[in-house]
Design a protein around this ligand. Structure first.
Ligand code: 13P
Length: 249
């Protein structure tokens, strides 16, 4: 049986508003002309999520947020709540991306609060975990990843579907990726951890970090890789479409 992939585009704070809307339209047009069996999720900047939802209203593409606040409403200047994203029609939320951990000082305790709130909604979480370069070099990559899973509590919370994205911090935007064996080993440890700790019906483990048109087929062929979380390459229409095509082969 064909193993359908999940391909998630994380646009981060890119591109400009008007280019972003044009890119959404152009991706929609291409995907409408294709036969796609993968699950495609696009997470654009929050300011164009409503445009994305309208553009993809008759499409197989789902829309997600890149983060959310754990409170439903309240005095949190500049924040957007998980419930707001749910109310406008987002089906997914990226949580705990390493850029949020680094730039907004998000720790596993806060990430747990976010997952716990999302658990009260219909949103499917995409939890990002990954080791630093120093942790990888010291042989502590899997310990770091498993600690993030444990402390964020994703293993204990009950979701219909959980998506974990293994994104080594040193691989993000660097053009460097782990070896096949390194990816396979972390993916199987993540799955083992979730499999043994209950409440885990449907677990998908994605790889993220410098996924591009050159390496994607190889990454998709690794045992235990259920898809990809794509940054830079998802901002180039032709590359993103090629990545989607690679999952169909
Ligand atoms: P790149 O694909 O640009 O390395 O980004 C990966 C990422 O951070 C996706 O969340």
């Amino acid at each position: 049986m064909k193993n359908h992939k999940i391909i998630v585009a994380n646009w981060k704070m890119n591109p400009s508003i008007f280019q972003g809307i044009e890119l959404l339209k152009s991706i929609n047009q291409s995907i409408n002309e294709m036969k796609v069996s993968s699950k495609i999720v696009i997470c654009p900047p929050s300011l164009i999520i409503r445009d994305a939802l309208i553009i993809f209203s008759n499409s197989i593409v789902s829309i997600g947020s890149q983060d959310c606040h754990h409170a439903e409403i309240g005095p949190y200047t500049g924040d957007l709540s998980y419930k707001m994203f749910e109310d406008i029609g987002c089906e997914y939320a990226i949580i705990g991306h390493s850029e949020r951990r680094a730039n907004h000082f998000e720790d596993n305790k806060l990430i747990f609060e976010k997952l716990n709130s999302i658990n009260r909604s219909k949103i499917i979480p995409i939890l990002c975990v990954g080791e630093s370069f120093v942790e990888r070099k010291s042989g502590l990559a899997s310990e770091a990843v498993i600690r993030q899973i444990d402390e964020s509590g994703i293993n204990k919370l009950e979701f219909d579907q959980k998506i974990i994205a293994y994104e080594p911090i040193w691989a993000i935007g660097s053009g460097k990726i782990p070896t096949r064996d390194e990816i396979m080993s972390i993916h199987s440890k993540i799955r083992e951890k979730l499999d043994t700790e209950g409440n885990n019906k449907d677990i998908k483990v994605l790889y993220g970090g410098s996924v591009n048109t050159e390496n994607v087929s190889d990454i998709f062929s690794i045992n235990g890789v259920d898809g990809a979380l794509v940054g830079g390459a998802s901002l180039k229409k032709a590359d993103f479409i090629k990545i989607i095509e690679s999952a169909e082969i």
